[in-house]
Write a protein that binds this ligand. Structure first.
Ligand SMILES: C[S@@+](CC[C@H](N)C(=O)[O-])C[C@H]1O[C@@H](n2cnc3c(N)ncnc32)[C@H](O)[C@@H]1O
Length: 272
């Protein structure tokens, strides 16, 4: 809904105001040469609603377009595509070697990336376990899986909790951590997370994680948007070298990095 109930009276006044300007300014004079309707208050509302509705629709669309075409959102969309292609390639490689992929996504959000990739593989190629600590995201992912007709286990769990991680069966040979580390300010938590994930992953398995070394709208986002905690979304930027060093210390190797065109977001593939 574009308008809330609270805005009702503002909307009526604005409609009247715009209508009066529109009518008095004879914007529609060609419709009513005898001036029969234009002086009628009711007609002000009618014209006003039309002008308001049209201008808000167009104005809203322009604002949306500018916002969605910003480098940040283009980068996020590119990261999504890169992530899906890396994920698809790992599953395909496993499949060609006769290995079933046991996929674990520790913070899947609405699960779209994973579920769209799973669509490309027939049953048996992948056992997918998608997790998020928010019940509403789990529900969204479950609904999307149902909608796409994709089979996956989707459950609520904490990505950093050892008890939750130890419950993962069968042990994963592919782990995805996308968009999680970037929203958390605690370096030590992330550093240890690589060690937790290394312990969990099957020998020879693959870890796919995302990085965000830079963002052109850091201050804008911090002032305008809230993060998953409900607090201002102050992004935590970390250079690739720092994150890669933590992953290397944990035991990961063979890093392959793909960045979006603006070097804002990246997808890293590493092997245990
Ligand atoms: C920015 S979203 C990323 C979602 C998705 N992976 C993606 O790349 O689009 C971050 C997600 O991490 C989840 N999250 C945050 N802290 C978590 C935790 N401790 N355990 C599991 N999920 C968590 C949030 O609920 C949210 O869905």
């Amino acid at each position: 809904m574009l308008y809330s109930k609270k805005l009702g009276s503002i909307r009526v006044c604005a409609a009247y105001f715009f209508g009066k300007i529109g009518c008095n300014g004879r914007l529609f004079v060609f419709l009513d040469k005898n001036n029969y309707f234009f002086k009628k208050t009711l007609f002000y509302f009618f014209v006003g609603y039309f002008i308001l509705w049209k201008s808000l629709t167009w104005f809203g669309k322009i604002i949306d377009r500018v916002y969605l075409d910003s480098q940040g959102w283009q980068g996020i969309r590119q990261r999504g595509e890169i992530l899906k292609s890396v994920l698809r390639q790992v599953i395909q490689d496993n499949f060609e070697q006769g290995v079933t992929t046991n996929l674990l996504d520790v913070a899947c959000g609405g699960g779209r990336y994973d579920l769209e990739v799973l669509l490309d593989f027939s049953g048996g190629a992948v056992n997918a376990l998608l997790r998020d600590y928010k019940a509403e995201n789990v529900q969204k992912a479950q609904e999307l899986a149902l909608h796409l007709g994709v089979s996956a286990t989707i459950e609520q769990a904490d990505a950093f909790n050892d008890d939750d991680l130890n419950r993962v069966l069968p042990p994963p040979n592919l782990i995805v951590v996308s968009g999680l580390h970037e929203i958390l300010p605690d370096n030590e938590l992330i550093r240890q997370h690589f060690q937790q994930l290394y312990r969990l992953l099957e020998p020879g398995g693959t870890l796919i994680f995302t990085i965000q070394p830079y963002h052109p709208q850091l201050e804008f986002i911090a002032r305008v948007l809230n993060s998953h905690t409900g607090k201002p979304w102050v992004m935590r930027l970390r250079p690739l070298e720092l994150t890669e060093a933590w992953a290397t210390d944990a035991g990961f190797q063979d890093f392959q990095v793909q960045m979006d065109n603006f070097n804002i977001f990246g997808v890293v593939k590493a092997r245990k």
